[in-house]
Design a protein around this ligand. Structure first.
Ligand code: ADP
Length: 246
């Protein structure tokens, strides 16, 4: 803040400055509300696994000595719940670190990068992965960020689709599309899924593991690289996540 504003002397200037000041105050207020909401959401998300872990610890304390099978079962729960917590905390940290991140952009050969990602990733998922479209595509982005975005989108495509389906990455001149044949995203959720902690009801009821932070991280990474992201339906079934390069 090394530049100082001159003190205005004309009434119109005073009016303009007051308006600007009020707008700034409104923005600060909204940010404060969002921050509070975030802390409250994060605490709520952490409380669920903590409650479950404490419950199982008490169970072991009460019945563990006489019932070894209870110990085994409860330890299993504690293990998976603590892993969930760990993932959540890691995602939260990643999100908060991104707030003041500056990205270094470089020329990336996208086809090559995508082929490498798919090759590595194919081993860990049952769906078939294919690339179509442009054979050479250069973009100026942060390579690591683009890799993280693609892996997160592929991960979701796999989580929310049947095992026997195909996931396609389509490379066009101005966009990368990750297309699946899964359950799709209902219209009313299409913008909200990019918000922190938001999960479509179906994902919750089907008990597909997740934190609701994956796409919030993707959105932030996309913003940092001036990439627009949107989701549309894939016909006849599934969803298409489109990364548009400006
Ligand atoms: P998570 O997968 O951990 O719940 P995300 O932020 O990655 O969190 O995604 C938010 C929600 O968007 C998911 O819970 C799911 O309901 C929906 N979603 C994301 N990707 C897909 C997809 N490829 N197909 C259908 N639904 C999806």
């Amino acid at each position: 803040y090394d530049t100082q504003l001159p003190i205005p002397d004309k009434p119109q200037e005073v009016k303009d400055l007051t308006n600007e000041f009020n707008q700034l105050l409104r923005q600060l207020n909204q940010q404060a509300i969002r921050d509070r909401q975030f802390v409250s959401d994060a605490s709520h998300e952490l409380r669920t696994p903590i409650t479950a872990i404490r419950g199982h610890v008490q169970f072991i304390q009460r019945h563990g000595q006489d019932h070894p099978e209870i110990v085994e079962r409860s330890v299993g729960f504690i293990d998976s719940e603590s892993k969930r917590m760990q993932k959540l905390v890691e995602s939260l940290l990643r999100l908060s670190r991104m707030d003041n991140l500056k990205v270094k952009r470089e020329k990336v050969e996208v086809r090559q990068l995508t082929e490498m990602i798919l090759e590595t990733y194919q081993e860990s998922i049952p769906q078939k992965l294919v690339i179509i479209g442009a054979s050479k595509l250069y973009l100026v982005v942060n390579r690591d960020n683009l890799e993280q975005i693609l892996v997160a989108l592929l991960n979701n495509a796999s989580k929310y689709s049947d095992k026997s389906t195909t996931i396609t990455v389509n490379l066009t001149e101005h966009a990368i599309e990750v297309i699946d044949q899964g359950q799709g995203v209902p219209d009313e959720d299409k913008t909200e899924i990019f918000e922190r902690f938001y999960r479509v009801d179906k994902a919750r009821t089907q008990k597909i593991p997740g934190t609701g932070l994956g796409l919030a991280i993707v959105k932030k990474l996309a913003d940092l690289n001036q990439i627009k992201i949107q989701v549309v339906d894939n016909k006849p079934q599934g969803s298409k996540f489109i990364l548009i390069f400006k």
